[in-house]
Design a protein around this ligand. Structure first.
Ligand code: NAD
Length: 263
Protein backbone atom coordinates (compact mmCIF):
# COMPACT_ATOMS: atom_id res chain seq x y z
CA UNK A 1 0.00 0.00 0.00
CA UNK A 2 2.78 2.46 0.92
CA UNK A 3 4.29 2.09 -2.59
CA UNK A 4 0.96 2.73 -4.24
CA UNK A 5 0.34 5.80 -2.08
CA UNK A 6 3.80 7.10 -3.02
CA UNK A 7 3.03 6.59 -6.74
CA UNK A 8 -0.33 8.33 -6.41
CA UNK A 9 1.30 11.21 -4.49
CA UNK A 10 3.91 11.61 -7.26
CA UNK A 11 1.12 11.89 -9.83
CA UNK A 12 -0.83 14.41 -7.77
CA UNK A 13 2.19 16.55 -6.89
CA UNK A 14 3.08 16.82 -10.62
CA UNK A 15 -0.50 17.21 -11.88
CA UNK A 16 -1.66 20.41 -13.54
CA UNK A 17 -5.34 19.58 -13.57
CA UNK A 18 -6.18 17.00 -10.94
CA UNK A 19 -9.85 16.54 -10.09
CA UNK A 20 -11.85 14.19 -7.86
CA UNK A 21 -15.05 12.24 -8.44
CA UNK A 22 -16.66 11.21 -5.17
CA UNK A 23 -19.56 8.92 -4.29
CA UNK A 24 -21.54 7.76 -1.30
CA UNK A 25 -18.55 5.81 0.10
CA UNK A 26 -16.70 9.00 1.05
CA UNK A 27 -19.50 9.84 3.49
CA UNK A 28 -20.01 6.45 5.18
CA UNK A 29 -17.40 7.44 7.79
CA UNK A 30 -19.67 10.40 8.57
CA UNK A 31 -22.44 7.93 9.43
CA UNK A 32 -24.37 8.24 6.15
CA UNK A 33 -24.98 4.81 4.60
CA UNK A 34 -24.13 4.29 0.93
CA UNK A 35 -26.55 2.50 -1.36
CA UNK A 36 -24.90 -0.75 -2.35
CA UNK A 37 -22.55 -1.85 0.48
CA UNK A 38 -23.84 -4.45 3.01
CA UNK A 39 -26.14 -2.54 5.35
CA UNK A 40 -26.56 0.15 2.67
CA UNK A 41 -29.75 2.09 2.12
CA UNK A 42 -31.10 -0.24 -0.59
CA UNK A 43 -31.51 -2.96 2.05
CA UNK A 44 -34.02 -0.74 3.80
CA UNK A 45 -35.65 1.43 1.12
CA UNK A 46 -36.92 0.46 -2.32
CA UNK A 47 -34.78 2.35 -4.89
CA UNK A 48 -37.96 2.92 -6.93
CA UNK A 49 -39.07 5.41 -4.25
CA UNK A 50 -36.33 7.67 -5.61
CA UNK A 51 -37.67 7.64 -9.17
CA UNK A 52 -39.24 10.77 -10.60
CA UNK A 53 -42.23 8.79 -11.93
CA UNK A 54 -43.09 7.45 -8.47
CA UNK A 55 -42.59 10.91 -6.94
CA UNK A 56 -44.93 12.57 -9.45
CA UNK A 57 -47.60 9.90 -8.92
CA UNK A 58 -47.74 10.73 -5.22
CA UNK A 59 -45.41 13.43 -3.83
CA UNK A 60 -47.00 13.22 -0.36
CA UNK A 61 -46.05 9.55 -0.12
CA UNK A 62 -42.40 10.32 -0.94
CA UNK A 63 -42.27 13.06 1.70
CA UNK A 64 -43.65 10.67 4.35
CA UNK A 65 -40.90 8.16 3.50
CA UNK A 66 -38.37 11.01 3.66
CA UNK A 67 -39.51 11.98 7.18
CA UNK A 68 -39.46 8.32 8.30
CA UNK A 69 -35.87 7.93 7.05
CA UNK A 70 -34.83 11.09 8.86
CA UNK A 71 -36.59 10.13 12.11
CA UNK A 72 -35.07 6.63 12.09
CA UNK A 73 -31.60 8.17 11.71
CA UNK A 74 -31.09 6.04 8.56
CA UNK A 75 -30.38 9.03 6.35
CA UNK A 76 -30.11 12.13 8.52
CA UNK A 77 -27.85 14.34 6.40
CA UNK A 78 -28.36 17.51 8.46
CA UNK A 79 -26.74 15.98 11.57
CA UNK A 80 -23.75 14.44 9.73
CA UNK A 81 -20.32 16.05 9.91
CA UNK A 82 -17.48 15.97 7.37
CA UNK A 83 -14.84 13.29 8.02
CA UNK A 84 -11.05 13.16 7.39
CA UNK A 85 -11.63 12.20 3.73
CA UNK A 86 -13.64 15.37 3.02
CA UNK A 87 -11.06 17.46 4.88
CA UNK A 88 -8.17 15.91 2.91
CA UNK A 89 -9.78 16.86 -0.41
CA UNK A 90 -10.48 20.39 0.85
CA UNK A 91 -6.81 20.73 1.84
CA UNK A 92 -5.72 19.47 -1.61
CA UNK A 93 -7.78 22.25 -3.17
CA UNK A 94 -6.17 24.78 -0.81
CA UNK A 95 -2.74 23.48 -1.89
CA UNK A 96 -3.83 24.12 -5.51
CA UNK A 97 -3.47 20.41 -6.32
CA UNK A 98 -7.17 19.72 -6.89
CA UNK A 99 -9.12 21.91 -9.31
CA UNK A 100 -12.53 20.66 -8.27
CA UNK A 101 -14.56 17.88 -6.71
CA UNK A 102 -17.35 16.44 -8.81
CA UNK A 103 -19.60 14.74 -6.28
CA UNK A 104 -22.48 12.33 -6.74
CA UNK A 105 -23.37 12.99 -3.12
CA UNK A 106 -26.24 15.15 -2.02
CA UNK A 107 -25.06 15.70 1.56
CA UNK A 108 -23.19 19.05 1.37
CA UNK A 109 -20.23 17.59 3.32
CA UNK A 110 -17.51 18.67 0.84
CA UNK A 111 -18.66 22.28 1.15
CA UNK A 112 -18.80 22.00 4.95
CA UNK A 113 -15.23 20.63 4.98
CA UNK A 114 -14.04 23.74 3.09
CA UNK A 115 -13.99 22.67 -0.58
CA UNK A 116 -15.16 25.61 -2.67
CA UNK A 117 -15.06 24.15 -6.20
CA UNK A 118 -17.75 21.51 -5.83
CA UNK A 119 -19.85 20.29 -8.76
CA UNK A 120 -23.10 18.85 -7.41
CA UNK A 121 -23.72 16.26 -10.09
CA UNK A 122 -26.83 14.88 -8.38
CA UNK A 123 -28.00 18.07 -6.66
CA UNK A 124 -28.29 18.62 -2.92
CA UNK A 125 -30.72 16.98 -0.52
CA UNK A 126 -30.49 19.79 2.01
CA UNK A 127 -32.41 22.04 -0.40
CA UNK A 128 -35.91 21.75 -1.77
CA UNK A 129 -37.00 23.23 -5.10
CA UNK A 130 -40.38 24.16 -6.55
CA UNK A 131 -40.97 22.04 -9.66
CA UNK A 132 -42.82 24.95 -11.30
CA UNK A 133 -40.90 28.19 -10.56
CA UNK A 134 -37.60 26.61 -9.32
CA UNK A 135 -37.62 28.66 -6.07
CA UNK A 136 -35.32 27.09 -3.51
CA UNK A 137 -35.78 26.72 0.22
CA UNK A 138 -33.96 24.81 2.98
CA UNK A 139 -35.38 21.30 3.19
CA UNK A 140 -35.76 21.70 6.96
CA UNK A 141 -38.40 24.40 6.35
CA UNK A 142 -40.40 21.90 4.28
CA UNK A 143 -39.89 19.20 6.92
CA UNK A 144 -41.19 21.58 9.58
CA UNK A 145 -44.38 22.28 7.60
CA UNK A 146 -44.90 18.53 7.19
CA UNK A 147 -44.32 17.86 10.88
CA UNK A 148 -46.79 20.60 11.85
CA UNK A 149 -49.31 18.75 9.70
CA UNK A 150 -50.32 21.90 7.81
CA UNK A 151 -49.53 20.27 4.46
CA UNK A 152 -49.46 16.69 3.24
CA UNK A 153 -47.91 17.56 -0.11
CA UNK A 154 -45.59 20.53 0.37
CA UNK A 155 -46.35 23.47 -1.92
CA UNK A 156 -44.24 26.43 -3.01
CA UNK A 157 -44.97 29.55 -0.98
CA UNK A 158 -44.59 31.72 -4.09
CA UNK A 159 -46.52 29.88 -6.81
CA UNK A 160 -48.20 26.85 -5.23
CA UNK A 161 -46.17 24.36 -7.32
CA UNK A 162 -45.18 20.96 -5.92
CA UNK A 163 -41.96 21.04 -3.91
CA UNK A 164 -39.35 18.31 -4.41
CA UNK A 165 -35.93 17.73 -2.82
CA UNK A 166 -33.34 19.46 -5.04
CA UNK A 167 -31.60 16.14 -5.69
CA UNK A 168 -31.61 14.23 -8.97
CA UNK A 169 -34.06 11.32 -8.86
CA UNK A 170 -33.79 8.23 -11.09
CA UNK A 171 -35.18 9.20 -14.49
CA UNK A 172 -34.25 12.90 -14.16
CA UNK A 173 -31.57 14.71 -16.14
CA UNK A 174 -28.32 15.86 -14.57
CA UNK A 175 -28.47 19.65 -13.91
CA UNK A 176 -27.17 21.24 -17.11
CA UNK A 177 -24.53 23.45 -15.47
CA UNK A 178 -23.11 20.54 -13.44
CA UNK A 179 -22.99 18.43 -16.59
CA UNK A 180 -21.24 21.15 -18.62
CA UNK A 181 -18.65 21.96 -15.93
CA UNK A 182 -17.83 18.30 -15.32
CA UNK A 183 -17.40 17.66 -19.04
CA UNK A 184 -14.93 20.54 -19.34
CA UNK A 185 -13.03 19.49 -16.20
CA UNK A 186 -12.91 15.84 -17.29
CA UNK A 187 -11.57 16.76 -20.73
CA UNK A 188 -8.84 18.85 -19.11
CA UNK A 189 -7.83 16.59 -16.24
CA UNK A 190 -4.52 14.74 -16.05
CA UNK A 191 -5.22 12.94 -12.76
CA UNK A 192 -8.65 11.76 -11.63
CA UNK A 193 -9.15 10.63 -8.04
CA UNK A 194 -12.21 8.38 -7.72
CA UNK A 195 -13.28 8.07 -4.09
CA UNK A 196 -16.06 5.91 -2.63
CA UNK A 197 -18.00 5.15 -5.78
CA UNK A 198 -19.03 1.79 -7.20
CA UNK A 199 -19.13 3.45 -10.67
CA UNK A 200 -22.44 1.80 -11.45
CA UNK A 201 -24.52 4.94 -11.80
CA UNK A 202 -24.40 6.61 -15.22
CA UNK A 203 -23.70 9.23 -16.48
CA UNK A 204 -21.37 9.86 -13.48
CA UNK A 205 -19.54 6.60 -14.22
CA UNK A 206 -18.83 7.95 -17.71
CA UNK A 207 -16.42 10.51 -16.17
CA UNK A 208 -13.45 8.11 -15.67
CA UNK A 209 -14.18 6.47 -19.04
CA UNK A 210 -14.04 9.85 -20.78
CA UNK A 211 -10.87 10.79 -18.86
CA UNK A 212 -9.18 7.59 -20.09
CA UNK A 213 -10.40 7.96 -23.68
CA UNK A 214 -8.95 11.41 -24.30
CA UNK A 215 -5.43 11.90 -25.44
CA UNK A 216 -3.20 11.94 -23.46
CA UNK A 217 -5.23 9.83 -21.07
CA UNK A 218 -5.54 10.92 -17.44
CA UNK A 219 -4.24 8.63 -14.71
CA UNK A 220 -7.05 7.32 -12.52
CA UNK A 221 -6.41 6.73 -8.81
CA UNK A 222 -9.28 4.81 -7.21
CA UNK A 223 -9.89 4.71 -3.44
CA UNK A 224 -12.65 2.30 -2.47
CA UNK A 225 -13.45 -0.39 0.09
CA UNK A 226 -14.27 -2.76 -2.79
CA UNK A 227 -13.04 -2.33 -6.37
CA UNK A 228 -15.47 -0.39 -8.56
CA UNK A 229 -17.36 -1.98 -11.44
CA UNK A 230 -14.96 -0.28 -13.88
CA UNK A 231 -11.62 -0.74 -12.11
CA UNK A 232 -10.25 -3.11 -14.78
CA UNK A 233 -11.11 -0.66 -17.54
CA UNK A 234 -10.11 2.67 -16.00
CA UNK A 235 -8.05 2.39 -12.83
CA UNK A 236 -4.26 2.84 -12.85
CA UNK A 237 -3.73 2.81 -9.07
CA UNK A 238 -6.22 0.98 -6.85
CA UNK A 239 -6.08 1.82 -3.14
CA UNK A 240 -8.45 -0.42 -1.19
CA UNK A 241 -9.57 0.55 2.32
CA UNK A 242 -11.00 3.43 4.31
CA UNK A 243 -11.30 6.67 2.33
CA UNK A 244 -10.56 8.77 5.42
CA UNK A 245 -7.39 6.90 6.30
CA UNK A 246 -6.03 6.57 2.75
CA UNK A 247 -6.75 10.17 1.76
CA UNK A 248 -5.05 11.49 4.89
CA UNK A 249 -1.96 9.37 4.11
CA UNK A 250 -2.04 10.51 0.50
CA UNK A 251 -2.35 14.14 1.59
CA UNK A 252 0.69 13.84 3.87
CA UNK A 253 2.71 12.26 1.04
CA UNK A 254 1.69 15.09 -1.33
CA UNK A 255 2.55 17.72 1.30
CA UNK A 256 6.01 16.10 1.73
CA UNK A 257 6.64 16.36 -2.02
CA UNK A 258 5.56 20.01 -2.10
CA UNK A 259 7.83 20.77 0.90
CA UNK A 260 10.78 19.01 -0.87
CA UNK A 261 10.23 21.18 -3.96
CA UNK A 262 10.54 24.31 -1.83
CA UNK A 263 13.93 23.34 -0.38
P1 NAD B 1 -22.46 3.21 -4.11
O1 NAD B 1 -23.28 2.99 -2.88
O2 NAD B 1 -22.91 2.55 -5.37
O3 NAD B 1 -20.95 2.72 -3.85
C1 NAD B 1 -20.22 3.14 -2.73
C2 NAD B 1 -18.79 2.70 -2.89
O4 NAD B 1 -18.03 3.25 -1.83
C3 NAD B 1 -18.58 1.19 -2.87
O5 NAD B 1 -17.68 0.87 -3.90
C4 NAD B 1 -17.93 0.93 -1.51
O6 NAD B 1 -16.97 -0.11 -1.57
C5 NAD B 1 -17.23 2.24 -1.25
N1 NAD B 1 -17.12 2.59 0.18
C6 NAD B 1 -18.07 2.53 1.14
N2 NAD B 1 -17.58 3.01 2.31
C7 NAD B 1 -16.28 3.35 2.08
C8 NAD B 1 -15.25 3.89 2.87
N3 NAD B 1 -15.44 4.19 4.16
N4 NAD B 1 -14.04 4.13 2.31
C9 NAD B 1 -13.83 3.83 0.99
N5 NAD B 1 -14.78 3.32 0.18
C10 NAD B 1 -15.99 3.09 0.71
O7 NAD B 1 -22.29 4.76 -4.26
P2 NAD B 1 -22.20 5.68 -5.57
O8 NAD B 1 -21.30 5.10 -6.58
O9 NAD B 1 -21.94 7.06 -5.07
O10 NAD B 1 -23.66 5.64 -6.21
C11 NAD B 1 -24.78 5.79 -5.39
C12 NAD B 1 -25.66 7.02 -5.67
O11 NAD B 1 -26.33 7.27 -4.45
C13 NAD B 1 -24.94 8.27 -5.98
O12 NAD B 1 -25.52 8.75 -7.12
C14 NAD B 1 -25.27 9.24 -4.83
O13 NAD B 1 -25.94 10.37 -5.36
C15 NAD B 1 -26.32 8.60 -4.01
N6 NAD B 1 -26.06 8.57 -2.55
C16 NAD B 1 -25.54 9.66 -1.93
C17 NAD B 1 -25.28 9.63 -0.58
C18 NAD B 1 -24.71 10.87 0.07
O14 NAD B 1 -24.98 11.98 -0.39
N7 NAD B 1 -23.90 10.72 1.12
C19 NAD B 1 -25.52 8.47 0.16
C20 NAD B 1 -26.07 7.36 -0.51
C21 NAD B 1 -26.31 7.43 -1.87
Amino acid sequence: MEDLIAKAADLLARARNAIALTGAGISTESGIPDFRSPGGLWERVDPAEFSIDRFLQNPGRFWRIHLDMKRSGDFDLASAKPNPAHFALARMEELEILKCVITQNVDNLHQRAGSTEVVEFHGNLLRAACMKCRSLEPIEDVEERLLQGTEETPRCKKCGGVVKPDAVFFGEAIPSKAMAVSQVQTQRCDVLLVVGSSLQVFPAAQIPITAKMKSPAAKVVEINRDPSALHREVTDILLLGSAGEILQRLLRAVEDRIADRML
